[in-house]
Design a protein around this ligand. Structure first.
Ligand SMILES: [Zn+2]
Length: 299
């Protein structure tokens, strides 16, 4: 007896369909053949299976060779959410609020620029943020390099954990805007924000420092990481879509520092935390302008 199913990729159950150009969830339809509900991937007719035994899902009515429909649907849904909601929570960077919601005047989808296709571009004042949705594939190295070289601010939102879930639209809205993991691909303006805040806290409380080195398998080279940690008062920064309800104390700002024996020697004599003045310069590293601490002096 041969088991045919063995070599067939396991297809995820489809919990989204397309109706009049919109992604709909299985919970929004009645059971049975649906006149105007199509597969987001192949565009053929779907049937809603809402029985008592298996979890509710869509199946192709008369077509079997469609793969990746759930992935396509989730990707489409996430982009539509960005288009409708016009805001996104930015990935956290030291020195920025823990919840940092960015609102846009306009969001465009599938934008072709620089020979690339961006999932979404959000525009606010004179700023532009590129947003990539990862369902199964993260952005490739070519795209990353072009984005960095052209100074385009970009984040990636990782929805891979939601692929096999059967979350409805409100749950995916929450994931896309707030709770799904997200990373900076190129955090240019945030870095500028960091430099500004450093200028203001020339006198600072240094909480500690750390020198580390290692070998990066990804880039096939040795790397060094020299960090200095500075306490910064938590600020009450509220905006139209983001409210700080209470705050107090300090948050930790992490800065690069130069690997200079004199500076390391000086830091080694401190008893932390310590009040000091910082000399901060900007250095061009990894195609970005970054603040680097070049000296510290006790007050
Ligand atoms: Zn299909």
């Amino acid at each position: 007896m041969t088991i045919e199913i063995k070599n067939k990729p396991i297809e995820l159950e489809l919990c989204y369909g397309m109706r009049e150009g919109e992604v709909i969830h299985i919970s929004e339809v009645k059971s049975g053949i649906l006149q105007n509900c199509l597969c987001p991937k192949c565009g053929t007719l779907l049937i809603a299976k809402k029985g008592d035994i298996r979890k509710h899902h869509f199946a192709h009515y008369n077509y079997e060779n469609c793969q990746g429909a759930q992935e396509t649907a989730l990707h489409l849904l996430a982009k539509d959410i960005l288009y409708q909601e016009k805001c996104v929570c930015l990935p956290h960077l030291p020195g920025t609020p823990a919840t940092n919601i960015k609102s846009f005047d306009q969001v465009s989808l599938e934008v072709r620029e620089l020979g690339l296709v961006f999932d979404a571009l959000g525009y606010a004042d004179n700023e532009k943020l590129a947003i990539e949705i990862k369902v199964t594939h993260e952005i490739d190295e070519r795209k990353r390099q072009i984005v960095i070289n052209h100074g385009i601010q970009m984040i990636e939102i990782d929805l891979s954990d939601y692929l096999s879930s059967e979350k409805n639209r409100p749950e995916i809205v929450e994931a896309v805007i707030n709770s799904a993991p997200r990373y900076w691909i190129n955090p240019l303006p945030a870095i500028e924000q960091k430099i500004e805040s450093i200028d203001m806290i020339n006198k600072a409380t240094i909480a500690g420092f750390k020198l580390a080195s290692g070998y990066s398998r990804k880039n096939s080279c040795n790397f060094e990481s020299n960090k200095i940690f500075v306490l910064q008062p938590v600020e009450n920064k509220s905006s139209a879509n983001y409210q700080v309800s209470a705050c107090g104390g300090y948050e930790l700002l992490q800065l690069d520092m130069v690997d200079q024996p004199k500076l390391i020697e000086k830091l080694s004599t401190f008893t932390f935390p310590v009040e000091a003045t910082l000399t901060v310069e900007t250095a061009f590293q990894r195609n970005k302008c970054l603040p680097v601490v070049t000296d510290v002096n006790l007050i």
